[in-house]
Ligand binder design. Sequence first.
Ligand code: PMP
Length: 410
Amino acid sequence: MHRITGLNVSQIRKDFPNLHVEVQGKPLVYLDNAATAFKPQTVIDAIAAHYRTETSNVHRGVHFLSEQATARFEQARDKVRDFIRARKSCEIVFTRGTTEAINLVAYSYGRHFLNKGDEIIISEMEHHSNIVPWQILCEEKGCVLKVIPFNDEGELDLEAFKRLVSPRTRFVSVVYISNSLGTINPIRKIIQTAHQCKAPVFIDAAQAVSHHKIDVQELDCDFLAFSGHKLFGPTGVGVLYGKEEFLEKMPPFHGGGDMISSVTFEKTTYNTLPYKFEAGTPHVAGVIGLGAAMDYVQSVGFEDMTAYEKELLDYGTKALSGIAGLRLIGTAKEKAAILSFIVSGIHAHDIGTLVNDEGVAIRTGHHCTQPVMRHFGIPATSRASLAFYNTKEEIDKLVEAVLKTKDVFR
Ligand code: PMP
């Protein structure tokens, strides 16, 4: 039995049906959790129940099913509030995911409150989702994008950040955990430094949310976003957290149903928070499924989960480092269970394809972080990203598969 640091992993694995499929006639080894995580049965059941006997739209119906769906939908919002320790439920906006949440803020806050010459700071390790929306804004408004560099371990240069921050800094947006390097960034310090210059801070928590307990009040971030599908919930749903004082003064992002208070041809007034930012029929089943996912994660417990993942990370780091010609990309002291690597003489895509023949699923490519690849002068990495349902035996299978790949290319 895999019982380490308090987690009963064998038992946990039974909760995830997708872990028990075969690929190429071999048991699947799923190590692509940073791209999307598997869903426990409770999440699948919650979504199925909504579609099977509880289908209804929310907020605008008085019949039983609509009231029930609305109650479940709003309960999920309260769960998110508690999950990230927001002060109020009105600070939780449901979006399609992290990408939409960043676009929402860049569009609504950025277009309204940022002007020519204002500086926006991001980092060199951002996902394209946290680069491109700011670039679009800069092009449109004449703002200037500044970038915090990282060192060859993949750690942000905080001294460089301090030099970049000035009264011209009007917004800072950084990733909590890098999806291609695994670095856990010192976001508390970044937030404090930015706040000294009164710049609001957005935290991209797409990767962090499934590895760490998040407390937005303790962090004192102004915005934070994550996606349901990386938190063992459904695709197509995510969360934007924003401090009420910011959301309140921001104009709507999308116009349409639900986000209005009254509409006439002369003038439309907008709904209260958070509905002002939730135009149109939301992903009702997705939100309910996300609620079930958070319940599941909480039943496992972050403390045990984080400790176990650290054990897997240490084991995987040691095992992969033992392969001749393999170089880990991203060796920060503070790291989540993400192992990016290159093997000399073999393209990442070939590694991905050949380990797939052994039933091992990893991701290869630039992981939507082309500037990170440019930093290291490489086109791509192979990336194994672990979750609390993975095991040391699965890491062994990855190592065997990489060794086999090396044999093929010898
Ligand atoms: N930021 C980071 C750090 C990510 O890893 C991802 C997903 N790979 C995103 C943003 C975008 O998330 P989504 O595609 O779910 O909107």
